[in-house]
Design a protein around this ligand. Structure first.
Ligand code: FEO
Length: 397
């Protein structure tokens, strides 16, 4: 049973807080602070439902919604994004109110039909189209590729609410509902992880869309996202933060990620880190074993970094599979304005470094130098050379 929550006289949160969620997008995204699927019920002269919840909670959602309202009173359903965490309860809902119009973009219609194979009563909308619901008007703004082709925002006049769907969201379960009641550190950690792992490839579009919405000069009391908290206290803060994140964001950080078989590459990583820190005490250096740490957290650290060092042992003429998994993820992020180099230990053939360097290039990093490799277990002399390499690396940035 999920209690609904009144946001304003006219708007009620009717979503689902998912405290159990640990993985999202299959196994691609870790969500160890859970998530929520935010759905909103608007009661004006017309009654509107904005988005639903993830498929496994469809019957619970509809049952709870029935406690809130006679479903037959719902005049319009708006689906801002067809991904199954927001459209998942549609089939269950449409069983009850089959003729109710579903407002979505044209791409939204195609994707909903691709998921459900139902010919519901779709009404497709474009940027600038409006829906008069009484005292308030809903204005639609298409936001393609933020982060699917169908995504759109909905602005409610009078209440001055931007329903932003995934944008500005976080995979963050909380019963407190609002940003000003959440733990700020946790909230921003999750907001950044969400941006880094989901929105980074679309940063140019993020900037363009935010500037387009800002140019509309809409008064803004709240941003109602589809995941995590509602931005009620100074909602512009997350808009400004998104503009920073979308603009090739970096902090004074270098991240070292490595994969190791028998600890040699780990020893190198730690020596390189010590060298970097000795050369530049102000730079934040973080070191992660990719086989042991969460890949999405590492992607977030790379997002924050001005440069990375990627290390791996060589095995079977390749580098290790944990690093390969991370780099495959990083390639999709299309990071810009970041530098990199490779390092690692090898036994005989030693191609790992060269292949890592090639893949870092494909991932969009500017390669600082040819990297550093050593045969077998590094001794004190080699570790000292690793430290020197770290110093040289940070000087060359
Ligand atoms: Fe929260 Fe793209 O779905």
């Amino acid at each position: 049973m999920q209690a609904s929550k009144r946001l304003t006289e006219k708007v009620t949160w009717v979503g689902k807080v998912d405290w159990e969620l640990e993985k999202f997008h299959g196994d691609e995204l870790s969500t160890y602070r859970g998530s929520s699927y935010n759905s909103y019920l608007i009661r004006d002269e017309k009654v509107v439902l904005i988005d639903t919840v993830w498929l496994p909670y469809d019957t619970e959602f509809v049952r709870n919604l029935k406690d809130e309202i006679d479903l037959k009173e719902i005049d319009y359903i708006i689906i801002q994004h067809a991904e199954i965490d927001h459209s998942g309860a549609l089939r269950e809902l449409m069983r009850e109110i089959p003729g109710t119009p579903i407002y979505c973009t044209n791409n939204g219609r195609k994707i909903i039909q691709g998921h459900f194979h139902e010919d519901w009563n779709f009404v497709t909308v474009k940027t600038g189209d409006t829906l008069d619901i009484g005292e308030s008007t809903l204005t639609f703004v298409e936001a393609p590729m933020l982060h699917w082709p169908d995504t759109m925002f909905t602005y409610m006049s009078g209440e001055n609410i931007l329903f932003s769907n995934d944008a500005f969201g976080q995979h963050y379960a909380t019963e407190t509902l609002y940003n000003d009641r959440a733990d700020t550190c946790e909230l921003y950690e999750e907001a950044m992880k969400y941006y880094a792992n989901i929105l980074t490839p679309f940063s140019a579009l993020v900037t363009k869309k935010i500037n387009e919405v800002l140019a509309m000069e809409l008064p803004l009391n709240m941003i109602c996202t589809s995941h995590g908290v509602i931005w009620r206290d100074n909602p512009a803060q997350i808009v400004e933060t998104y503009l920073k994140w979308a603009n090739n964001y970096q902090e004074n950080q270098i991240t070292i990620v490595y994969d190791t078989m028998w600890q040699s590459t780990r020893l190198m990583a730690e020596a390189i880190a010590a060298g970097i820190q000795a050369e530049d005490p102000d730079v934040v250096v973080k070191v992660y074993n990719v086989a042991k740490k969460d890949k999405n957290d590492i992607v977030t650290e790379i997002f924050k970094s001005k440069a990375i060092l990627a290390g791996s042992a060589t095995v079977n003429n390749r580098y290790l599979s944990g690093m390969a998994g991370l780099l495959e993820m990083v390639k999709g992020m299309k990071f810009k304005n970041k530098k990199a180099a490779a390092f690692g230990s090898y036994g005989w053939s030693g191609e790992g470094n060269k292949l890592l360097t090639e893949d870092l290039t494909v991932a969009g990093f500017e390669i600082v130098n040819e990297g550093f490799r050593t045969q077998w277990v590094p001794d004190e002399e080699v570790l000292a050379a690793c430290q020197e390499y770290g110093k040289e690396f940070v000087r060359s940035l």
